[in-house]
Design a protein. Sequence first.
Length: 365
Amino acid sequence: MSLFATLLQPVLFALDPETAHSLSIVALKAGIVPPCPGVDDPRLKVSIAGIDFPNPVGLAAGYDKNAEVPDAMLARGFGFAEIGTVTPRPQSGNPKPRIFRLASQHGVINRLGFNNEGHAAALARLNERQARQGIVGVNIGANKDSADFTADYVTGLETFYEAADYFTANISSPNTPGLRNLQAGDALAALLGRLLEKREQLASRSGVRRPVFLKIAPDLDNTQMDEISGAIRDAALDGLIVSNTTVSRAGLGAGSHTGETGGLSGRPLFERSTIVLARMRERLPGLPIIGVGGVEDAATAVAKLEAGANAVQLYTAMIFAGPGIAARINRELVEVLDRSGLSAIGELTGRKKREWAQKKLPGEA
Ligand SMILES: Cc1cc2nc3c(=O)[nH]c(=O)nc-3n(C[C@H](O)[C@H](O)[C@H](O)COP(=O)(O)O)c2cc1C
C-alpha cells in the first residue's frame, strides 16, 4: 500500500470532493507532496503532431483548471499536463455541491460548469514558469453567457499562443448548456474553419505552428461520429481527444450519488470511451488521437492504445490512487514492453481497433 492509500486518501475522502481538490493543489504548490521521479525509457516516447512526448501518460483537463501546478504534475511522472478549461472571463460555475465521488465504482460525477479564473490569470501563471520544460497544453472553452462561443475559442488560441505547447478545443463538456451543439457537422465545420484560420495567421506571424486538438464527448451515435469525422477531414485539425465525461448512466451499478446530474468519469466511463475512440480511429486512420476515460493502470492504458490511441490522459483515477499514478503506470508499461519485446509503445496503437469498434456501447441497440 502506498503512502497515499494509507495516509492521505482517508483524510481527503473525509472532506467533500471540492475541498479535497483545493487542498491537493495547495499541497502541490507548497511542495509538501513528495515528487515521484518519472520513468526514463526511450521506448515510452511518442511523437504526436510534431511534439515529442517523453511518455504517453498525460494529465487530463479539469484538475489544474487555472494553471497552478503544471510543473508539479510533470515532476510526478506525467508525460504532459493539460491545464484548463479556461474561458476568456472568470466564471464561478454551478452552485455547490457539484462534484460527487462514486467510491465503490471508482467513478466521479461533476457538474462544475467551467469554474475558472479566466484567461488573464492562467496566462500570468504560465508566463511565470521558469524553466518551461515539459509539455503543457491549454484546454480552451467558452463562457456560458458568451454571445459567440466560437469567438471565445479563437480568443483562447490568440491569448495562449506563445505559452502553450498545444491546444485542446473542448466542445464536449456536458455542463455548459449548448456547448455540445458545436459537435454538429455544420457548427463544427464553422468552428474549425475560424479556429484553424487563426492558427495559420499566428503560425506565420510567430514561425511556430502549435497543434490544435478537438475534445469530443463519448455520447455520440454512429451518424454523429460520421459528421464529426467529415468535418475533421475537411479541416487541418491536428488531433482528437476522446473523450470527455458521459451523460449516460447505462451500465452504472446502484450506489450513492449515481442519480446526480453531470458528467460521469473514471472506471464506469472506460468501456464507452474506448469504443468511441476505436470507432473514431477507424474513421480517421492517420489522425493522432489521445484516449481518455477510465485509465487507471497499464492494462487500461494498453487497451486505449490498442483501440487506436497514440497517447492517454487521466484524471479520475488520480483521485483514488494519488499523484504517483502516472509514474506507476509508466513503470508497468515498461514491464509490458519487456515482456512483449516491442521496441516502442506506439507499436500497440490500433492493434485491436476492430474488436473495440465492434463492441456495443452500453445501452446501444
Ligand atoms: C472534476 C472534473 C473536472 C473536469 N473538468 C474538465 C474541464 O474543465 N475540461 C475538460 O476538457 N475536461 C474536464 N474533465 C474531463 C476529464 O478531462 C476527462 O476527459 C474525463 O474525466 C475522463 O477521464 P478520467 O476517467 O480519467 O477522469 C473533468 C473531469 C472531472 C472528473
